[in-house]
Design a protein around this ligand. Structure first.
Ligand code: DOR
Ligand code: ZN
Length: 345
């Protein structure tokens, strides 16, 4: 039996939603993570500091008394965002970062940005005050193939932002391609990327094995094996520019198993077990801590967590629970469908 101890991880990209879902998913994250950046794509979205503070209070109420956890709030950028309000919300510590959703790119992104040029004054302000920009990096034009949307975003938009504002702290979120790993690796020191457990664990075949698999549908969509391998390489080497952002994104099972199923994978429950297994499979368990607990806080200029967690490699694989109940519906729990031996104890 093998055991490891690592600094308690942080999750730099979560969706907690609101109301009844929030209550059941928050403890799934706070069990193993000390801090998280919380996405603002609610309906309606979190557009100002006041809404962020109220949302944070609802999250704090859902944290079990036994867990120490700090949520970091974000603002949803639109073409109408007032840069002075944004600065005030940041200076008051109501929010930690701002999120850029290209309009139509994903769940609840309709109020997002149609043309990056329209928000350049806001981005300039963010660069000036040191506020991080978090980017869903996909274009949305129908003529661009869904598997190419990240690469085209990098070429058409990200490159422009990085050249205009090299001092802006940017996280290209949930990257999925070799193009992204290369661009970020070669980019300036303020440009980093987060990676999800599902994009490390699966390639795009997982959406179609033996039939259509709605629980493996997320955005950006899973990619070819060569892209997954490129993510594996930067993550398991402990490369400083890459860290964990799970993009755990709960939807009701009935909305996933649907003729127009929602994008999003709920992976909070076994995230650390799956990651330990992936790192172990690539003989890199010693770099797990950098990916989950050090690289992200280092980029964001935060201290590392003081507590630790232990993981134990069992004789037999974990039997995953399939679902978490929410009222009369449920949320389906991500299972990568390979044996996972590592358990958080
Ligand atoms: O698959 C996804 N689901 N990708 C996103 O970017 C958003 C998320 C959600 O909010 O459901
Ligand atoms: Zn997300």
């Amino acid at each position: 039996m093998q055991e490891i101890e690592i600094i308690k991880p942080d999750d730099w990209h979560v969706h907690f939603r609101d109301r009844e879902i929030l209550k059941v998913v928050v403890p799934e994250t706070t069990r193993n993570f000390a801090r998280a950046i919380v996405m603002p794509n609610l309906i309606p979205p979190i557009l100002n500091g006041k809404q962020a503070i109220l949302y944070k209070e609802r999250i704090n109420k859902a944290i079990p008394k036994t867990d120490n956890f700090e949520p970091f709030m974000t603002l949803y950028l639109t073409e109408k965002t007032n840069k002075n309000d944004l600065e005030e919300a940041y200076n008051n510590k109501a929010v930690f970062a701002a999120k850029l959703y290209p309009a139509g790119a994903t769940t609840n992104s309709d109020s997002g940005v149609k043309d990056i040029k329209n928000i350049m004054p806001t981005l300039e302000k963010m660069a000036k005050i040191g506020m991080p920009l978090l980017i869903h990096g996909e274009v949305t034009h129908n003529e661009v193939d869904i598997f190419d949307r990240e690469k085209v975003f990098i070429n058409q938009n990200l490159d422009f932002i990085c050249k205009e504002l090299p001092e802006l702290k940017i996280t290209l979120e949930h990257i999925t391609t070799e193009d992204a790993t290369m661009y970020v690796n070669q980019g300036n020191q303020n440009l980093v990327a987060s990676i999800t457990p599902h994009h490390l664990a699966l390639n795009r075949n997982a959406i179609f094995v033996g039939g259509i698999r709605p629980h493996n549908y997320c955005l950006p969509i899973l990619k070819r094996e060569k892209h997954r391998k490129s993510l594996i390489k930067v993550a398991t080497k402990g490369n400083k520019k890459f860290f964990l952002g799970t993009d755990t994104a709960p939807h009701f099972t009935s909305y996933k198993e649907n003729c127009c199923g929602c994008a999003g994978i709920f992976n909070a429950t076994y995230c650390m077990s799956i990651l330990a297994q992936v790192f172990d499979d690539y003989n890199s368990i010693e770099n797990l801590e950098k990916f989950t607990s050090l690289n992200g806080s280092n980029h964001y200029g935060l201290s590392k967590n003081k507590t630790k967690i232990k993981l134990l490699k069992r004789e037999n694989p974990i039997v995953f629970k399939k679902q978490i109940k929410v009222g009369n519906d449920s949320i389906s729990v991500f299972n990568p469908n390979f044996p996972v031996y590592w358990e958080v104890i």
